[in-house]
Design a protein around this ligand. Structure first.
Ligand code: ADP
Ligand code: MG
Length: 317
């Protein structure tokens, strides 16, 4: 069974439980209305030693930052403002003391930079690896929430930055090169929090999510949730490269994980003005990579010609 097959099974098993007004599994965050047209968003991401990181390849401080960053990214993905987190740690004895204090400094500094409170969590011993589990809570008004299910035929598909840098960094790390430029991209992702809040202001921005498993995999979640297809232009993918762009860079841009850029769809007639204001605000371009069409799959185009085959992104199983 795949990771997403298992999640589908969880949904089946639990869909007779009461919702109590909450919107549950299937988006970057769960949605809980709190009245006055506002909602709280909840999301949780774990980082497990040897699955998500190698302890020898990262500093404790950087890992503290990344643990928070990947969770803030899911809050950003729905256009919300992060307000608080809960942090649970299962810590091997030898890391108690200096190491875990440095981890907490990283977590604290990034919390301060994004104005987020730490409001609770849990601490236990670990007989083996280090496990980090973060819950992030965001706040947004009902009309500004950006979900995966709102893509419309005719929308332009857009990403907020270069893709594949983190995957390239992971390859460096697995070769024992821990401090290359790409390795730093992998170890210190920037959650697109301000960018998500900016995009949430526009009703022309329809579906949105963050890219954690690669566009090839993540865009399929938007397509499935919105019952649409997409035509993606391989020539327009902003693939991260070090010396000269190669086919491997493109493959990584589509299929490797942990870029934490935003992926969204926007009404075609609003794209130009949104992208101009975005550039003014952030000094960065938005990258249109294709369009939403009727159907249920991604058509990969190169030089205007439909390519055969498909790409797939990261999955845990
Ligand atoms: P993301 O990459 O945005 O963190 P995931 O792909 O991890 O999202 O998860 C997809 C959806 O499935 C999310 O809504 C998440 O909350 C839900 N989910 C994942 N694992 C579980 C689980 N064990 N129990 C309940 N919901 C889960
Ligand atoms: Mg996500």
């Amino acid at each position: 069974m795949t990771e997403f097959g298992f999640i589908d099974q969880i949904i089946q098993m639990c869909n007779s439980l009461p919702t109590n007004g909450c919107e549950g599994i299937g988006d970057d965050c769960a949605v809980i209305p709190i009245g006055g047209g506002e909602v709280l968003l909840f999301t949780q991401d774990m980082l497990i030693e040897r699955v998500h990181f190698l302890r020898e390849a990262t500093s404790a401080y950087d890992l503290g930052r990344k643990s928070l960053a990947v969770n803030l990214s899911d809050v950003a993905a729905m256009g919300a403002t992060p307000v608080a987190t809960l942090l649970s740690l299962s810590i091997p004895k030898e890391l108690m003391g200096e190491w875990i204090e440095a981890f907490m400094s990283g977590y604290r500094d990034m919390s301060e930079e994004y104005g987020v409170a730490l409001i609770g969590g849990d601490t236990t011993a670990s007989k083996g690896d280090l496990a980090i589990n973060v819950t992030a809570i965001g706040r947004v008004t009902q009309e500004r929430i950006k979900r995966r299910r709102d893509a419309r035929v005719g929308d332009i598909v857009v990403v907020t930055g270069e893709l594949g840098g983190s995957g390239r960094g992971l390859e460096d790390i697995l070769r024992g090169e821990y401090n290359t430029t790409s390795a730093l991209v992998h170890k210190l992702p920037t959650p697109r929090v301000m960018e998500g809040q900016f995009l949430s202001k526009y009703s022309g921005v329809h579906a949105m999510m963050d890219i954690s498993d690669g566009v090839a995999s993540d865009l399929k979640h938007i397509l499935k949730a919105s019952s649409v297809g997409a035509e993606i232009d391989l020539n327009s993918i902003p693939a991260y490269f070090v010396v000269e762009p190669s086919e491997g860079d493109l493959q990584r841009a589509l299929c490797s994980g942990e870029d934490y850029e935003l992926l969204f769809t926007v009404a075609a007639d609003e794209f130009y003005s949104i992208s101009e204001s975005y550039r003014e605000q952030f000094g960065q371009p938005l990258y249109p990579i294709g369009k939403i069409v009727a159907g249920d799959r991604i058509m990969w185009m190169r030089d205007g010609i439909l390519q055969c085959g498909d790409f797939s992104g990261f999955s845990h199983y």
